[in-house]
Design a protein around this ligand. Structure first.
Ligand code: GDP
Length: 425
């Protein structure tokens, strides 16, 4: 059976923890989109890890970790990550890389930096990992697929020449930076070939057989619904689809095989980068939540940047869950809210004097003001609780109120960063 684990919000909902936890019963975990631009923080028996490219199921000896064709594959970053986890005592992971995945090139990272510099105050807040230039090239058909590493030298050099002709026009005339050479790009690709060659295979054929054999497969999403280029807060989005539906494309499996869609929702909101965030809070209130949030504060796993903070947004989360095709909601980081006397929850958006519960397109979203309902806090540490009935009444009230507002069943409640900090309902 195939299960997707995806985010309802702006990312950082705790998908890594949920994937790591569900991986105990999984055979294969697939990354199907995004690249090394966002990170998942995982706390388990081996320690604390920030994964960027490896799937979060990599810690179990019985799992196979797959980089699907939809991923922006940064080969040196992937193998650095493998080295890092092995150094911390994790058994050498079984990795497969799709021969149809495309590679992030060093010049994609440079273009990302140059463009953010050029935009100055209007920058997207990119993590400068080369993701937008990478996907632009993929769809402009000037990207490099892993399979091309195995072409003969002449074919590859011809292709490089065509590609860098375009790149160099921008480098020299828009950014006033040094031009690329065929040799430099060719040599980089050969280094990548040496690293990745033992892991390359036809992933979609492998998964097709695995599905037929009844294997348990997890598709792990990066970021969340709000960052989807079609359904999110365009243009402040990422460059590949963050939706479970894209899991079929980015892994190369039949769409009807995705039977379960676990959408991860965090018990409050946080966001990185620029873009609309209606229930955002500021000042001391935000600092306090940021300091207490997640596992050791809400700071970016890739960049260390302080995350923007806000109250739970039912409008965005209802939409975020709907657009994912949610079958189950995993409600995470609830333990963090135990310090609050009262907890505001955003239940509507006021736009031009009218209140709506429907998530609008970006221009309307810019005008939206949050409408809050204030719920009572539970003022208790709920970590360690294993049964739903044992949660404080107000805590259950918070969960049940949000469940009724978003309209999707909360079947898992996460009350700590560890694997076993989970309450099934
Ligand atoms: P992801 O990108 O969706 O995997 O999320 P991140 O890893 O960026 O952020 C989630 C953070 O919350 C990480 O530091 C996790 O260790 C932490 N976390 C996940 N679930 C819980 C939870 O239930 N309680 C607490 N306190 N922290 C959690």
């Amino acid at each position: 059976m195939v299960t997707a684990v995806v985010g309802a919000n702006w990312g950082d909902e705790g998908k890594g923890k949920i994937t790591d936890m569900l991986s105990e019963k999984a055979d294969i975990i697939v990354r199907f989109q995004g690249g090394a631009n966002a990170g998942h923080t995982i706390v388990n028996d081996y320690g604390k890890f920030a994964l960027h490219t490896l799937p979060s199921g990599v810690f179990y000896g019985h799992t196979t970790s797959i980089i699907g064709n939809g991923v922006a594959l940064d080969i040196p970053k992937l193998f650095n990550e493998v080295k890092e986890i092995e150094e911390k005592g994790v058994p050498a992971p079984k990795i497969l890389v799709s021969d149809r995945a495309q590679m992030v090139m060093p010049y994609h990272v440079l273009f990302d930096q140059y463009e953010e510099e050029r935009l100055g105050g209007k920058a997207f807040g990119s993590t400068k990992s080369g993701i937008a230039p990478f996907y632009s090239d993929k769809y402009a058909k000037i990207g490099f697929q892993v399979s091309e590493l195995f072409d003969d030298e002449e074919t590859l050099r011809d292709k490089i020449e065509t590609v860098i002709l375009k790149k160099n026009v921008l480098l020299e005339n828009l950014y006033h930076k040094p031009a690329l050479t065929v040799d430099e790009v060719y040599n980089t690709l050969m280094e990548y070939k040496e690293m990745v060659a033992p892991f390359v295979c036809d992933v979609s054929a492998f998964l097709y057989d695995a599905i037929k054999e009844g294997k348990n497969i997890l598709l792990e999403g990066q970021l969340g619904s709000m960052k989807d280029p079609d359904h999110g807060i365009y243009p402040m989005v990422t460059s590949s689809s963050t939706l479970a539906g894209y899991g079929a494309v980015g892994a190369g499996i039949p769409p009807y095989e995705i039977k379960k869609i676990v959408t991860v929702c965090k018990a409050y909101s946080s966001a990185v980068g620029a873009g609309e965030f209606v229930s955002e809070i500021f000042g001391d209130e935000a600092d306090e939540l940021r300091k207490r949030g997640g596992d050791g504060g809400e700071f970016g796993a890739t960049t260390g940047r302080p995350r923007r903070m806000g109250w739970f947004d039912c409008v965005a989360s209802k939409y975020g869950c709907r657009i994912q095709g949610t079958t189950d909601v995993a409600f995470t980081v609830l333990d963090v809210l135990g310090y609050l006397d009262e907890i505001p929850v955003c239940v509507g958006y006021e736009i031009d004097g009218e209140v709506t519960k429907d998530f609008p397109t970006t221009s309307k979203l810019k005008k939206a003001k949050p409408v809050y309902k204030v719920l009572s806090g539970w003022k208790e540490d709920i970590r360690g609780i294993k049964k739903y009935e044992d949660l404080p009444e107000n805590c259950r009230g918070y969960i049940e109120f949000i469940e009724s507002e978003i309209g999707f069943p909360i079947t898992m409640v996460s009350n700590g960063p560890g694997r076993s900090d989970i309450i099934y309902r």
